[in-house]
Each structure stands twice: as C-alpha cells, then as structure tokens.
Write a protein that binds this ligand. Structure first.
Ligand SMILES: *Cc1c(COP(=O)(O)O)cnc(C)c1O
Length: 480
C-alpha cells in the first residue's frame, strides 16, 4: 500500500493502484482483531466488497488518498461488518398512540412468556411427550386444559394465527358445502384477509344473507338447505355500521342452527379473555360469552387483546373441535414450540386476574393512568425541546390513542404526549419528514405520527424512557 507523506495525502486523488490488495488489507493489525472475532469468510467478503466500491470511486476520481490509508480503511471495514451483522428485525419505540400496532409487532410479550422461552428453547422439552406415561403426547394437551378453564369450552386447539384458525375451521366443517354469513359481516382485515376469499380458499361456498346494515333471523333460516354446513358470525372488529341496523346475535342464532343440526361458528378476532370495562375500557365480546350463548366453535387471535404470541385459538364443543383437529390441514397450520411456550405462559397469567394489569404488557399499557403519561410528558418535554431546537418547538398536548389491531375501532384512548412543530412557516412538510426520518434512524428507532403539520409522539407506550433520553444527543446531531 502507498504510504505517502501527510502533505501528499491531503487533497490528492487516489487511483485504483493506490488501493491495497485484499491480502494486504487483511494483514493490517486492526483487521486481525476482526478476523479473530468473526472468522475469514465474512471479513474477506466484506473487504472485497469494500475494495470493489473504492475502486469504482477511484475510477470516478471520487476518492482521496486519505481514504485509502490503513486507519480509514479498517474503520470502513468494521462499519461494513457491523452493518452486515445487524439484524433487519429491530426493537423500536412505539409512540404512535396505537397500543396493539399491527406494523410494530402487535402484542408485547409478558415477562413470564419471555422467561419461559429462555428456559425452554435452548434444550429439549416435552412438546409431544407425555411425561406421566413416557409415551407420545399431543402438543394441544399443553394448553387445552388451561384454555377450557379460561373460556368454559369443552375442547380447544391452536394454530399459527387466527386467519389460519378461521380457514381451518371452515375447511374442516364446511368444505364442499355452504356456509351462511350475513352481508354485514363480510369483513376485510388488513393484510388481505377477506371473508369471501377465505371461504373460497377453504373450499366452501359462501351464502350471503341479509343486507349490509340489516340481517334478521329469517334471513338465516330461509337460506338453510341440505347443502348448508354451518352458520357463521364474524365479529366486525375494525369497523362499525351505525344508524338503521340489525344483526342477529349468537344467542338468537344458535337455536336456529341447532334446530337443523348445524354448528354455529364465530370468528371473534380480538379475543379479550377478561372484561375490559372493569378498567374503564370499552367492552369487547369474550369467547366465554360466545360459548355460553351457544356457539359451537369460537376462533380468536393470541396477539391482539389476549396479549400473547401470534396464535389462532379455537375453542368449542368436543365433537367439532375434534373434527377440526383431525382435519389434515391442521398439520400444515400447527403451532411451533416457540409460540406454544409463550402462549402457555401468557394464558397462565389469567389465573391471577388481579395481577393482569401489571403482568400483561398489553393491559398494563391500556390501563396506564393518564396522570402518569402527562407526568412523563412534563419530564421529557424540556430535553426533547433542546434536541430539536432551533428548528422545531415542542408542546405538551392531550392526545387520542387507540387500542389497535382492529379492536374497538371507534373508541379513543385519552392520552398525552409531545407535539413537535417546525418553526419556519415554509417547507413544513419537508421539515417534518426530515424529523420523522431522523427519529427512525436512531439506534432504537422512534416511531411517531405526522398530522396537522406536527409530529405527534404519544407517550402511552413509552416504557423505555432512559433509552429515549439516551439518544437525544444523536437526534440533535442528525438535525444539525
Ligand atoms: C384480526 C382478525 C383476524 C385475523 O387474525 P390474525 O391473528 O391476525 O391472523 C380474523 N378475523 C377477525 C375478525 C380479526 O379481527
């Protein structure tokens, strides 16, 4: 490698011949430490890519001799290596005000679930092994008793997510036959889960009854034919139909289904296992209420209001759950040991309902007292104001959050936070985009929401206050 005098280095352009060979680069003393830590393959690959990039720049007369000195070269190499080893999936700070945010990982796992994963996942476990008899076990046995206890069901099984639970239930009970659903309940959930399409994928024929706003018991009754396999209710979790409306509830529909020997299946979506109104939150229908009303099968998500891992829970009467469990598609949708362990630990938290608002992060955040959030806003405001000055100002504002993930779509959670506004009247949009981007580029990216010419940071979900404070210097530098 060229080792020119300092005076020559500065300002002079590097030519391709000034670049070291890969072997020379790998023999630099600081690179030896990288090699010792990560091995030859990664370091050699990154060194080659680094030199290729520099060669292109040298040919374009865009490289100075200073850039090809040992120190900057090894710096560039270790930056590349660190970037390659950083995972794409990152922890972020959710200041959107939406507690169960589908794009930000939905429910946060409880400590008990995390501990269970740590304790179980690095070694063998009894996933399908019956410790009492020493024979083969069924993974459903690990959670069925708990789920039945918590919901009053006779039987229960689980799959990867609720979309899979709905698909499997319809396929197992309705393939090749007709399934009756109200036109008011042909929902689309984010991510292309649309009831008519799910029905088609499951091989069942959708029979729509009623109208968008009103469906009556006689609509279901007159649609039942010898081809009917089941009646289905779908919880309209992400929208409401208001005004001149009528829907047939489960308690009314169950006898209609049972009189013709048909099951009533309900897709609940959210699946809170406890009544949220005890904490002043809006009430969601509970699986246990649906079963008590006469539903034969109820499906719901594990990572919405239940507060656990991604999972689809299927609870109901013994015969129908057994048919679902035995249906071949179940094998393709079965849950792996990771969510299974986390789900069991999460469900066990419900045995201590008095502690739920402490133990279950979803409920902890949903029930966080407004005064706490306001106090946090007061604490943070001066520090954030300093970091975004002089281009932006910070105000403490009341905010309206949401539960999220389709739960209770029109209800708002009174909250508080920081509204950051650009000072200059011109170029507000661009300034806000730049601020949002700087927040997202922090080591622990901060995700807010832009509205009304301001960037809103709703603090309801901020449980990482020291981490946020700790990166305000970096934010300040990024905004320079
Ligand atoms: C969320 C939801 C689903 C899908 O559940 P996932 O767990 O996301 O697969 C299905 N139906 C309803 C009514 C829902 O709200």
């Amino acid at each position: 490698m060229a080792a020119p005098e300092e005076s020559v280095v500065h300002g002079s352009k590097a030519a391709p011949k000034d670049l070291p060979s890969i072997d020379k680069l790998l023999r630099l003393a600081p690179v030896a430490a990288l090699l010792a830590e990560h091995g030859h393959t990664l370091i050699a690959n990154e060194a080659r890519a680094l030199l290729d990039g520099l060669r292109v720049r040298a040919l374009a007369q865009d490289l100075s001799l200073a850039d090809v000195q040992p120190e900057p070269l090894q710096q560039a190499l270790s930056t590349r290596v660190a970037a390659r080893l950083r995972s794409n999936m990152r922890a972020v700070i959710n200041l959107t005000g939406t507690v169960i945010h589908t794009n930000l990982g939905r429910a946060l796992l409880a400590d008990a679930a995390l501990q269970q994963l740590l304790a179980l996942m690095s070694g063998p476990n009894n996933l399908e092994y019956d410790l009492a008899s020493g024979g083969r076990g069924d993974r459903d046995d690990l959670i069925e008793g708990l789920l039945c206890e918590l919901t009053g069901a006779e039987a229960a099984t689980v799959v990867n997510n609720n979309a899979a639970a709905v698909l499997l239930s319809i396929a197992a009970l309705g393939r090749g036959k007709e399934v009756i659903v109200s036109r008011g309940e042909l929902v689309e959930i984010g991510g292309a889960f649309r009831m008519p399409d799910v029905m088609a994928s499951a091989g069942a024929t959708l029979v729509e009854v009623g109208t968008t706003n009103r469906t009556h018991p006689r609509d279901y009754e007159s649609a039942i034919t010898p081809q009917t396999a089941m009646l289905m209710k779908v919880h309209t979790s992400n929208y409401v139909v208001q005004g001149f409306t009528a829907a047939v509830d489960e308690a009314t529909l169950a006898p209609i289904a049972h009189a013709r020997g048909l099951p009533l299946v309900t897709d609940l979506g959210c699946g809170a296992l406890v009544d949220l109104s005890q904490w002043g939150l809006p009430k969601e229908p509970l699986p246990q209420e649906m079963l008590a009303a006469g539903c034969d099968v109820v499906t719901f998500s594990g990572d919405k209001l239940l507060g656990g891992p991604q999972a689809g829970l299927i609870v109901g009467s013994r015969d129908y759950v057994q048919r679902i469990r035995k249906f071949p598609m179940k094998r393709a949708l079965r849950m792996s040991k990771l969510p299974m362990a986390a789900l069991e630990a999460t469900l066990r938290l419900y045995l201590r309902p008095e502690r739920l608002t402490q133990d279950l992060p979803t409920l902890r955040l949903l029930t966080r007292p407004l005064a706490d959030i306001e106090a946090q806003a007061q604490r943070l405001a001066p520090f954030v104001a300093q970091a975004v000055a002089p281009r932006f100002t910070v105000a403490i504002k009341p905010m309206q959050g949401q539960i999220g993930s389709g739960s209770l779509p029109v209800e708002r959670l009174p909250s508080a936070g920081l509204a950051i506004a650009p000072l200059a009247a011109k170029g507000r949009g661009r300034a806000l985009d730049e601020l949002a981007s700087a927040l997202r580029s922090l080591p622990l990216p901060v995700i807010g929401r832009i509205a009304e010419d301001q960037l809103w940071l709703d603090l309801r979900c901020l449980e990482q206050e020291p981490a946020l404070l700790g990166q305000l210097d970096q934010l300040q530098q990024a905004l320079r």
